[in-house]
Design a binder for this molecule. Structure first.
Ligand SMILES: Nc1nc2c(ncn2[C@@H]2O[C@H](COP(=O)(O)OP(=O)(O)OP(=O)(O)O)[C@@H](O)[C@H]2O)c(=O)[nH]1
Ligand SMILES: [Mg+2]
Length: 303
């Protein structure tokens, strides 16, 4: 996707952040005052208190080391500090996106965040990369969920494993892993029902699905759990995600609905506090509205 398109998709976040930034520089102020206001702006843009403080402490420190303290120089430095948050060494680089490897992906998250839609988009991405994709409709809980994934399977012209409504989702995963192995697919993507971290039986059910994947899929195949997060929920979503992670392991995040929120700044606190990479972003309801997350272009598009 072209850079200007990303900018367009992140417009609401950019407007919220950028307009405030321009105001900061509009009147003459001393550096301390400017940095304080930047910090306040970041907090108000859902970057999160701790992460905003971390960014601005570093900004203060690095600014001391350079002579140029013009608006442009401060902005460039701020972009660097923000990018650094997103690419820190603590975040597992092994988990970087690999569209070529054989893999099994379990997609999890709370209700309505965009799991099924994101699976539809991911399927297209893998298919466009020449991969044979199999889908598993392991949301047997919500009425209509199976049909919803079937629609995405048809759109992408890929195979799908389904069960009956209210059937044990682990049994759907079992059938899907069997088919994946026997028919030598490249990628298996499993849809699951939306769940809250405090619903113990549902969280246990998730562990059961993971166990089946671990048992039935060879260790030579890359396996991961992707958590889908709705960007429009901002800091609340980030806090909820933290609780979710205390109950189950996740390798990567798919952050959705960035097109319809000014709270895109939440990505910084997600990465900084959860220490999990954001792999993809959702920027609309259509099949092509997906982007591999790139820290640098993301920061360039919003600051
Ligand atoms: N604007 C926008 N809407 C999105 C995006 N991703 C998903 N949606 C919308 O979010 C709504 C919920 O999407 P689903 O894919 O059904 O969400 P889900 O997590 O599978 O929901 P449950 O299965 O009920 O838990 C739908 O109306 C989607 O079109 C996105 O990136 N941008
Ligand atoms: Mg769903």
């Amino acid at each position: 996707m072209f850079f200007s398109k990303l900018k367009e998709n992140l417009k609401k976040t950019k407007d919220a952040l950028d307009v405030k930034m321009s105001n900061i520089f509009a009147d003459k102020k001393d550096i301390e005052e400017i940095i304080d206001e930047i910090e306040e702006t970041l907090i108000l843009s859902d970057v999160g208190y701790e992460t905003s403080t971390k960014i601005c402490d570093k900004l203060r420190l690095d600014l001391k080391k350079q002579v140029d303290k013009s608006e442009n120089a401060i902005r460039e430095l701020l972009k660097k500090e923000m990018t650094d948050i997103l690419v820190s060494e603590e975040i597992n680089v092994v988990d970087s996106i690999n569209l070529n490897e054989k893999q099994v992906i379990l997609v999890v998250g709370v209700n309505g965040v965009g799991k099924t839609t994101s699976i539809g988009k991911l399927t297209k991405l893998y298919k466009d990369n020449g991969k044979r994709v199999l889908l598993a409709a392991a949301d047997t809980f919500r009425a209509g969920a199976i049909e919803q994934l079937e629609i995405w399977a048809n759109r992408n012209n890929v195979d799908i494993c389904t069960g009956k409504e209210m059937q044990d989702p682990a049994s759907v995963i079992y059938d899907a892993t069997k088919k994946f192995n026997e028919e030598n697919y490249d990628v298996l993507i499993c849809d699951t029902a939306g769940r809250l971290h405090n619903k113990k039986n549902l969280m246990d059910e998730l562990e059961k699905m993971k166990k089946i994947i671990d048992k039935n899929i060879s260790d030579s195949i890359y396996k991961e759990t992707i958590m889908v997060l709705d960007a429009t929920t901002g800091q609340n979503g980030a806090i909820q995600a933290k609780s979710f992670l205390e109950k189950t392991k996740v390798n990567g995040i798919f952050l959705t609905k960035l097109d319809s929120t000014s709270k895109g700044g939440v990505v910084f606190s997600i990465v900084d506090e959860l220490k999990i990479p954001v792999k993809y972003i959702g920027v609309g309801e259509q099949i092509e509205d997906i982007e591999k997350f790139d820290a640098k272009s993301f920061v360039e598009a919003i600051v």
